[in-house]
Design a protein around this ligand. Structure first.
Ligand code: MG
Length: 252
């Protein structure tokens, strides 16, 4: 069942998601060549502690860390590693917190260092634009199929290969609630969007040629592109109002 949230509940979710956005910004600034995933994970935990919130992913379904760090061909659910991050790496940080029982969830991808190749730029721009185009159609009366269409069309415009089997979700007192928010029309649900829904929208794509071309690593978590092509993932949690979407995981 899809739970519609009250104004008071959305206020809690607003606080949770704002904290996520703030911490992601700090982690991005700290991700310089030489830092390890383990260092970033520790920082994420410390920043959560400072704000009296709990990292949402630690132990979630058995996940062994506080944050998902997916580097280069890793698409999502990467486990923080000891290996130092290098200049030019494409780094995705997916982070969540629990504030007063309510969940926040967002993700960003960026390239480490100053120099960014045109292909990496296209990858990041394409997935972030797909996220914003998806959010733009999140309004009462439209359906989740419209969201998937906006995301998929944008990714294709940027010549990116979408990942269809993973996607967004409702969010509230649980980290993953109904509905599933697909990034591809083929497996999107024809569910009408209503005011009071709170959704995490999260397109992910690769620079590869084939859509939905991924595999899971032996660690049981990390999803990587099968052809080793670079991947990006952007996520915002949003609240649906009568007028459209309010992005909750945004820094003012
Ligand atoms: Mg999510």
């Amino acid at each position: 069942m899809i739970q519609l949230k009250t104004k008071e509940e959305i206020e809690k979710l607003r606080i949770a998601n704002k904290i996520v956005a703030e911490i992601l910004q700090i982690l991005k600034e700290q991700t310089k060549p030489g830092i390890t995933g383990i260092d970033i994970d520790k920082l994420a935990r410390e920043e959560a502690e400072k704000r009296n919130v709990k990292p949402a992913f630690l132990g979630l379904y058995g996940f062994p860390a506080s944050i998902c760090i997916s580097v280069n061909e890793e698409i999502i659910h990467g486990i923080p590693k000891k290996k130092p991050i290098k200049e030019g790496d494409v780094v995705s940080l997916d982070f969540g917190v629990i504030y007063d029982g309510w969940y926040g969830d967002a993700a960003i991808t960026f390239v480490v260092g100053e120099k960014i190749s045109d292909r990496k730029k296209r990858l990041l721009e394409g997935v972030e634009t797909a996220l914003m185009e998806g959010i733009n159609v999140c309004k009462p009366g439209n359906t989740l199929k419209d969201v998937a269409r906006a995301i998929e069309t944008t990714l294709k415009k940027y010549r990116l290969a979408p990942i269809c089997d993973y996607g967004g979700h409702g969010i509230g007192k649980k980290p993953h609630e109904e509905p599933h928010v697909s990034n591809c029309v083929i497996n999107a649900e024809n569910i009408e969007i209503k005011a009071g829904m709170v959704l995490a929208i999260e397109p992910m794509a690769t620079l590869g040629k084939r859509a939905n071309y991924y595999r899971k690593l032996k660690d049981g978590w990390t999803i990587v592109s099968k052809d080793k092509s670079l991947a990006a993932h952007f996520e915002h949690s949003i609240a649906i109002t009568e007028n459209g979407a309010e992005i909750l995981s945004k820094i003012d």
